[in-house]
Design a protein around this ligand. Structure first.
Ligand code: KG4
Ligand code: ZN
Length: 414
């Protein structure tokens, strides 16, 4: 109802266009006829309404995104009901824009893929109900997508990466290390025991009132910290990396946030300013937090690499480490991970920053991966539900901790 009635004029043009579209969906090779699969991906798990149309060779035919970052910056964090309303206000326009940009007719789609887990219940609900309506109208297969799996597999759209590879997913809502053995075959090696690094950076940025900083007012917390850190001195004060003694691949960021808060309060006293005003040492604090976070992430990832090599889960040479998620768009973190991969004969691969943060392309691509592997393609959508909480793969983090792999010292000098 929604899309087709309002946009019938856009999608159903005269026959010349139809012929062109028909021809475009074929790729002629001598002696073979190859029909490209095309998937529409829809993402609403958190605070971005995103959609994209991607074909099976990884061509992005159309893309659109509406970010809610600026609204949530003003309220000091995501208010689920506000996020839900913004998704409702934008989803139809965003899907329409992605489809129009792709210049394909919706009838040419092979399937519709949508994030159904994990994420904010109210946000996931908007994407799912919109998608199911569309699936019903177009009579297309539906492919439910796990948001973190989609982040993890994005690299196979941009680079030629074979399974298995190690993935580090660091964003505002998630923090985990996993071995990717197949399209839907993941071993979870470790995760954050409390908050995610992006959440920690967002909280520190809020406590520093960076929204009032003229250079950072429209940036997400993490981006603002990265920006300011470039002007700061990370040696200004010292914070011990978290979980120093735990020989596993788990993470923790709450302690780092609390220590930083204490430091901010002390500095405010010293400078004689109130909470809400910008500290003169804000850049130093940003640099220290960013460095400590990067060292913690590197140490846990180092252990994951050694564990996987010891168990022959990864090749001894040229194993691939993929870093993705919003925090992986941070160049300081990337540089620190590069020091690690150089020291362990691995290759670091990161999707470009715009594919590290939430987007529709990764969802559409995950749909393509699943179509090609014949995994999780639904022709009957009866009873399909979103799942706000959903772990990734098989959790072997206890086994990783029991192995207690020792990690040699690595100097992170950037
Ligand atoms: O992957 P993402 O878009 O959404 C999910 O959380 O799934 O990640 C958003 C998070 C936010 O916490 C944001 O502050 C952080 O990623 N982020 C960054 C950078 N850009 C975004 N953190 C550090 N450095 C950045 N450049
Ligand atoms: Zn994400």
């Amino acid at each position: 109802m929604l899309i087709l009635n309002k946009t019938a004029g856009v999608f159903f043009k005269p026959s010349k266009r139809k012929v062109y579209e028909f021809l475009r969906s074929f790729n002629f090779h001598p002696g073979t006829l190859f029909l490209h699969k095309i998937v529409l991906g829809i993402e609403t798990s958190c605070d971005d309404t995103a959609a994209a149309v991607v074909d099976e060779t990884g061509n992005v035919l159309g893309e659109a995104i509406h970010s809610q970052t600026e609204v949530h910056l003003k309220t000091g964090g995501i208010v689920p009901a506000v996020a839900q309303q913004l998704h409702r206000d934008n989803i139809q326009r965003i899907v329409q824009e992605a489809l129009s940009a792709s210049r394909i007719s919706p009838s040419d789609l092979s399937a519709i893929a949508t994030t159904i887990k994990p994420g904010l219940a109210l946000s996931l609900g908007v994407g799912l109900s919109f998608s199911l309506q569309l699936v019903g109208q177009l009579k297309k297969p539906f492919i439910p997508i796990h948001h973190m799996e989609a982040h993890a597999l994005t690299i196979r759209l941009t680079n030629k990466v074979e399974f298995p590879f190690l993935v580090l997913l660091i964003s505002g809502g998630h923090c985990l290390l996993a071995l990717v053995q197949g399209v839907s075959d993941f071993l979870l090696l470790g995760k954050s025991l409390d908050i995610a690094p992006g959440d920690m950076l967002d909280k520190v940025a809020r406590r520093l009132s960076l929204i009032k900083h003229p250079e950072c007012s429209t940036m997400s917390g993490g981006k603002a910290i990265e920006h300011l850190a470039k002007q700061g001195n990370r040696f200004h004060f010292d914070i011990k990396p978290p979980l120093h003694r735990a020989k596993n691949c788990d993470f923790s960021f709450t302690g780092l946030q609390q220590v930083t808060n204490k430091r901010i309060m002390k500095k405010e006293k010293e400078e004689g300013i109130e909470e809400g005003q910008i500290l003169s040492s804000a850049a130093d604090i940003a640099a220290t937090v960013q460095h400590t976070m990067a060292c913690h992430i590197v140490k846990r990832t180092h252990r994951a690499i050694l564990f996987c090599k010891q168990r022959d889960l990864l090749p001894q040479n040229n194993a691939v480490l993929v870093a993705s998620g919003g925090v992986a768009s941070n160049f300081y973190v990337r540089r620190a991970l590069e020091i690690l991969t150089n020291a362990t004969q691995c290759t670091l691969l990161c999707p470009p920053p715009r594919l590290c943060t939430d987007n529709g392309i990764m969802i559409a691509w995950n749909g393509i991966e699943r179509l090609r592997a014949g995994l999780g393609i639904l022709h009957d959508i009866e009873g399909i539900r979103y799942e706000p909480k959903c772990p990734l793969g098989v959790d072997i983090s206890k086994e990783v901790g029991e192995a207690a792999v020792k990690v040699p010292q690595l100097k992170i000098e950037i």
